[in-house]
Ligand binder design. Structure first.
Ligand code: SF4
Ligand code: SF4
Length: 110
């Protein structure tokens, strides 16, 4: 579930507002997007992977909201880690290059 929009990192591009499939965020003129409908979050990570400055954290807990601390997320390397892992972002190698599922699929047609 979406837990953090970092006010210190956010550049107010509102990409997260646009990509969220369940309209969780509200644009805030002159400010960072507001998590307006957290309970509608589907834990799809679209906002987190689209955020160009790693300002968002979606916790893996999909059913409940959990408290998070931005400094602790940064210190642990979690903030932006999913985006990095899948290879999104300038200069990164796309994670899909390492996807070997194409080797398995022909064995299970249909
Ligand atoms: S995508 Fe990231 S930088 Fe853009 S508005 Fe959302 S939190 Fe801020
Ligand atoms: S994880 Fe998905 S559903 Fe939840 S706020 Fe981000 S984009 Fe919206």
């Amino acid at each position: 579930m979406i837990e953090l929009v970092s006010a210190s990192r956010c550049i107010e591009c509102n990409l997260c507002v646009k990509v969220c499939p369940t309209n969780v965020f509200d644009e805030v003129p002159g400010g960072v997007p507001a998590i307006a409908r957290q309970e509608d979050c589907q834990t799809c990570y679209q906002c987190e992977i689209h955020c160009p400055v790693d300002a968002m954290y979606v916790a893996p807990e999909a059913e409940v909201s959990v408290p998070v601390n931005e400094e602790a997320l940064i210190a642990s390397g979690l903030l932006g880690s999913y985006r990095k892992e899948i290879g999104w972002g300038k200069g990164r190698e796309r994670g899909s290059k390492f996807d070997t599922s194409y080797l398995v699929r022909p064995r299970f047609p249909g």
